[in-house]
Design a binder for this molecule. Structure first.
Ligand code: CA
Length: 224
């Protein structure tokens, strides 16, 4: 899952990115509204954390433009304590949620989970395909009731596959949602991780859940 952080306060921006990265999100950061607009035009984000008071283009203007363009990307607004009007305008303009500064990191993470959950139409923080279960709030994975231990990147890819179960995903699409702009890419990095994931979640279990679709990509589903 890939998140864009738009916040001009350098320290807060840094803290937000660190927090999100510690939860294995791929994170891109921006410090003004213009830069954010360019990022949003060039990548497909799973959520945006958007400060309202920003240089160049403010958060509310950016949000209006985004929704006018037809973008449905989930947006969490960051607002000052005394700006009720901003929050109302933000929600009316199509923000999905807001947090009042200062806020606790744990709460921000929980709000992000809700936004991503709604986007993938899950009602809870548990994702399931056959007997493969992922508890997103505890970051645990089970197959057949047995806990599996995944690295951060393996977990991130599996989460993306599970949220898109039954959908054939190209290598490029997987790459775009798991790595940020800093990542330079390698031709077969997705294949390498899929191989590792297969070992972890499919080896010794039936049915196999990760399927290769020749010349297209991968799909996670129960049916062969
Ligand atoms: Ca600001």
């Amino acid at each position: 899952m890939r998140i864009l952080v738009v916040e001009d306060e350098k320290q807060l921006n840094e803290a937000l990115c660190k927090l999100l990265e510690s939860e294995h999100y791929a994170v891109d950061r921006c410090y003004d509204g213009q830069e954010a607009w360019e990022h949003l035009a060039g990548a497909d984000y799973d959520a945006v954390i958007l400060d309202i008071m920003l240089p160049k283009v403010d958060g509310l203007t950016l949000l209006h433009r985004l929704r006018e363009k037809g973008s449905a990307v989930p947006v969490l607004l960051l607002t000052a304590r005394d700006s009720i009007e901003d929050r109302v305008e933000g929600l009316d303009a199509g923000a999905d949620d807001y947090l009042v500064k200062p806020f606790a990191g744990e709460e921000l993470l929980a709000r992000i989970r809700v936004l991503i959950r709604k986007q993938s139409k899950n009602l809870t923080n548990k994702l399931q395909v056959a007997d493969l279960v992922m508890d997103v709030s505890k970051r645990q994975v089970f197959r057949g009731g047995k806990e599996l231990f995944l690295s951060g990147r393996e977990y991130a890819i599996l989460e993306y596959l599970m949220r898109n179960q039954g959908i054939i995903l190209s290598r490029q699409r997987i790459e775009d949602h798991i790595w940020n702009y800093d990542y330079e890419g390698g031709s077969n990095v997705v294949d390498v991780y899929i191989r590792k994931l297969r070992k972890l979640i499919d080896e010794g279990y039936t049915p196999k859940l990760i399927h290769t679709v020749r010349n297209v990509g991968y799909v996670l589903r129960e049916q062969p």
